[in-house]
Design a protein. Structure first.
Length: 315
């Protein structure tokens, strides 16, 4: 079909480039499709015009340029035929909510124990906060267990409940996503590393307790999982999960006069780093099997028990 465009040179014959069947509706293009194809041709210095009738939009090129125009549009369609790429298949969630809730309830029960005047054969009249807090000076002096024990202690019930309520949401989702063993290993790792760096950057007098370092570790891990898993769909929006994590840090991690911003920030950063590594490995090898997952869970529990044993014996 030939078109004589108004305003063009009298001897210029404009020819319609037939739309691809996948693009056309009733033999014509939508305005958005026509504009994109016109930009493709103009970027290759091929003149073109758009005209509209009752059916839709039509792309016109000079007859002398029709062959080049068709080749350019063919290359454009070939390069973009699989874009955007399909979303990665979702992993089936693990049904371990009860197990995760049990660990959270165990943390609450331990808080009750720390309020009691308990004596053990290896130590009399235990002051749990003094023995297990993330005391910067003592951590630097070699009391490594404080990096772990501080994560299991809370200043009061309000502190505990806020961590359980907020952190429980992220932790349950993360455990269902990765499996209990891997999820708790990553959470514990982000908490330990966060406490370590926090102790190194603060003055020796700094001390803190609480699982909030782990809570923000969970936020960072989930942000990293989303970033890596959907990286092809998020090339122009990759910053969204990162911005969401930072927004949660600003909203939940900077309030209150006793808030330890450093612990929250470093927990978030290390959680993000560990989450990136974990998701790349999961994409290559898949989620750990049941045996490995149980071993990871047992190793995490052993680290906590060993840390408290070292604190009670040598603190």
């Amino acid at each position: 079909m030939e078109w004589h465009s108004e305003g063009s040179a009298p001897d210029t014959i404009w020819q319609e480039i037939a739309p691809d069947p996948a693009e056309a509706g009733q033999g014509a293009l939508s305005e958005a499709q026509a504009n994109i194809l016109a930009l493709v041709l103009l970027s290759r210095s091929i003149p073109c015009q758009l005209e509209h009738d009752g059916r839709g939009w039509h792309l016109l090129v000079p007859t002398a340029s029709s062959t080049a125009a068709r080749e350019e549009l063919h290359l454009y369609r070939a390069e973009n035929s699989n874009w955007p790429p399909p979303s990665p298949p979702s992993r089936p969630l693990v049904e371990n909510t009860l197990a995760t809730l049990s660990v959270l309830l165990l943390l609450a029960a331990f808080h009750n124990i720390t309020l009691l005047d308990i004596s053990l054969p290896i130590r009399q009249h235990i002051d749990w906060l003094a023995l297990g807090s993330a005391d910067a000076a003592k951590i630097r002096a070699g009391e490594w267990w404080r990096l772990v024990t501080a994560l299991t202690l809370h200043a009061d019930w309000l502190h505990l409940l806020s961590n359980l309520a907020i952190g429980g949401i992220f932790t349950i989702h993360l455990c269902r996503e990765l499996g209990s063993g891997l999820a708790w290993s990553l959470l514990l790792g982000s908490g330990i590393l966060g406490n370590l760096v926090n102790a190194l950057v603060h003055p020796p007098t700094h001390s803190s307790v609480g699982a909030s370092t782990v809570v923000f570790g969970a936020v960072g891990i989930l942000a990293a999982l989303t970033l890596v898993r959907h990286r092809h769909q998020m090339q122009r929006r990759w910053q969204l999960p990162v911005a969401a994590a930072l927004a949660l840090l600003a909203l939940l991690g900077t309030q209150g006069e006793r808030t330890d911003l450093g612990a929250h920030l470093f927990g978030l950063l290390f959680g993000t780093g560990l989450g990136l590594v974990a998701e790349f490995l999961l994409g290559r090898f898949g989620r750990p099997g049941r045996v490995i997952d149980v071993l990871l869970a047992a190793a995490g529990a052993a680290v906590v028990i060993m840390a408290w044993w070292a604190g009670l014996a040598g603190g």
